[in-house]
Design a protein. Structure first.
Length: 277
């Protein structure tokens, strides 16, 4: 009989946020798979948990994923943890979960700390409908292209960002979104937690005057204007539509995605029309 894969959220800063259930599971499983074993061993030592620990991260997820699945199929119970928060959110845990489902392995997702939920609830923005975007691409062109794609998203948007890219991302948001309301959340639940609720331009000015440290969750107000994208290109065929988006600075890959979504077409249908572009 196969073992069970437990998805165990860990504190995003304050160690008091771990649940009794998570502690029990970590004490009971046969193996713990962690994003960074050096980081996770500190957490486990703090709670006096002594279990075999193995790494599972972006650059070894293919080989280690197979290893973990085989362990589960042999009957071992495994807990998956990330550096902080819920495994599977913007990390390779997503791939292990898919593998487990493909092999009919039972999965138990434990509730617990998740940074974007904390940030969203504290933003004061609409929480009835929201869109999680996670990390934007490091490449400036791809980052701008993605922002262009979602600039008319009416739901509240959630982004993760690292300290060394924060200023550039905020400037791109200002240029693409305009000066919307934003909630910038730094080091949530930690000693130096900071929440700034302002417009994008004000936040840019604030961070121009100080060093940027810590990990960030950005909550951006949804689009409240009149949508224009579909009307602007409604008279164009698919090829002309892609060409127009390329002229607007969008990458070919993203332009094809937009056209497929707007026209409700399969990717290969549009791709064949723009092969030579």
């Amino acid at each position: 009989m196969s073992g069970k894969l437990y998805i165990c959220p860990t504190p995003i800063g304050n160690l008091e946020d771990i649940t009794y259930r998570t502690l029990r599971v970590l004490n009971e499983v046969d193996l713990i798979a962690a994003e960074d074993t050096r980081h996770s061993v500190k957490l486990l030592n703090h709670f006096e948990i002594s279990k075999p620990l193995t790494s599972y991260f972006e650059h070894n997820k293919d080989s280690k994923g197979i290893y973990l699945i085989n362990k589960l199929l042999e009957g071992e119970n495994i807990a998956l943890i990330s550096d902080a928060g819920m495994p599977g959110i913007s990390d390779p845990g997503e791939d292990l979960i898919k593998l487990a489902i493909e092999h009919n392995i039972e999965i138990d997702v434990l509730p617990g700390a998740t940074a974007f939920v904390v940030a969203l609830v504290g933003s004061g923005m609409n929480t009835h409908k929201f869109a999680f975007e996670g990390f934007l691409d490091r490449d400036k062109k791809l980052r701008r292209s993605r922002l262009e794609e979602v600039k008319e998203e009416e739901r509240t948007m959630i982004f993760y960002e690292s300290p060394h890219r924060l200023k550039d991302t905020l400037k791109d948001m200002l240029k693409v979104f305009g000066n919307r309301e934003i909630s910038v959340n730094r080091e949530l639940t930690k000693k130096y937690q900071e929440v700034i609720r302002e417009d994008i331009e004000t936040v840019i000015n604030l961070f121009n005057e100080k060093d940027v440290k810590g990990e960030f969750v950005l909550i951006v107000d949804g689009f409240k204007g009149e949508k224009t994208l579909a009307n602007d290109y409604s008279d164009l065929n698919e090829r002309e539509y892609v060409e127009a988006l390329l002229e607007d600075g969008m990458s070919k890959k993203d332009a094809i995605k937009v056209v497929c979504r707007e026209r409700k077409l399969k990717k290969d249908v549009v791709y064949k029309q723009v092969l030579d572009l």
